[in-house]
Structures are given as structure tokens and as C-alpha cells.
Design a protein. Sequence first.
Length: 247
Amino acid sequence: MSQWVKGTVIGKYQWSECLFSMRFDAPPIDFKAGQYAKVALDVDGERIARPYSLVNAPGESPLEIYFNEVPDGPLTPRLSDLEQGDPVWVSATASGIFTLETVEPARTLWLLATGTALGVYLSILRAEEPWDKFEQVILVHGVRYRAELAYASTLDAIATQREDRFRFFSTLSRENNGTGLTGRISNLLTSGELEAHVGIPINRESSHVMLCGNAGMIKDVKTVLEDRGLGRHSRRTPGQYSTEQYH
């Protein structure tokens, strides 16, 4: 089977100056919620590809990605310039182990994201696995400014569907969040403000934590979690937190 399948842009949405969502009509990809696919463009005879977590749920069409345009990057400025009907290449298979497949059930699933890492959690939340394994799911999305918050209607729809089993919290690091959280996720966790605001503790006995986004956030939160006795999850050694550095 070919490594690549041809897709066509069928929709694009610009959330802020550098934040975009893009939808592709492409042959179905067999993937688990939390995995990523590569998206590529041919530029001057070279195929430039980067991995992107899929926002859509498994079995759902079209394929969707959420990305940040890097001004001098080799791919994203060209990707954000695409319009409806333009061709793209998509990897024929998905990759990645940032899934709930081998995670043990617990009372609470915490999904901690910065920036465009929100996208991978939208796929997970649209699947049935988190609702089969956990009593409650808490999503915390950290961005710099309010303008960088995205997918509000999607999150509202999930909250309506799952009722009191799903809660979403945003935190802004460079402007005041009004009645919400203000500050970096790692600092809010260290100070205890995050759990006090949510009203649920993070501990080894009742929690599983997924971390995706900024490398600094992941490093700092891992330290906090490990100091509390939570271990990193792997297929061979079940633990209480999982990590993925968003590409």
C-alpha cells in the first residue's frame, strides 16, 4: 500500500492570526483516538510533511487538523494559504501511542493541554473510551490570550451530551481570565489553585492524567505528579499519567 493518499481541502477556519483548523476529504484512515497522521505538500519537487493529531473521532469524516502557523516554517505558512479544492497529501496510516487503549480505569481523567494540543483531546472526547473507563473527565486548556481559545461550540456540545460527567476549564497566562483561571497550568497545579478551582484532587488512587502541548509544561507537571507518587504510563508498565509532546 502507498505511504500517501491524496486529499482535498474542503474547509478552513482561522481562529486567530496564527491558529487554523483544516478539513480534508480523503480516503478513510484507521486510527485510535489520540493518534496522528502526517500531512504533506509538494514544494519545489520535495514532499514536506509534518505530523498532526486528528481532531475528528475514529470513523468520522472529514479528517480535521488544528495547527499553529509558524511564520518561517517550511510547511504551515503554505498549509494555511490553501483554499477549498486544493490538494494535499495525507499519510495512509496513523501513528502514536497517546491513547487510552491500555490505560486502567479510574475515577477521574484529567486532560491537560496547551495551545493546539487541544485538538487531540477533542478526538478522545468524541470517542466512547473515556466514558467507558472514567466516571468524570476534566479538560484544562492553557493559552496565552482569550483570542486563542477555540472550539467553544464543540466543547459545549460535548458538555451537553455528557452532562455532569464532563467539565472544561480555560486558563490564560498573559491576560486576566475574569472569573476563570489565570496563569500557567504547571504553576496552578503546584500552588493547588487548579484542584481547588475544580474541586477534585489529582492523586495516584483516583486519577489518570494526560499531558499534551508545550514541552516546558509537560516537564514541570511531570515533576509535580511524580512527587505525588504518580508514575508514567506505558504499555508494559501501567501508570497514572501519559505524555505526548505535540508536534
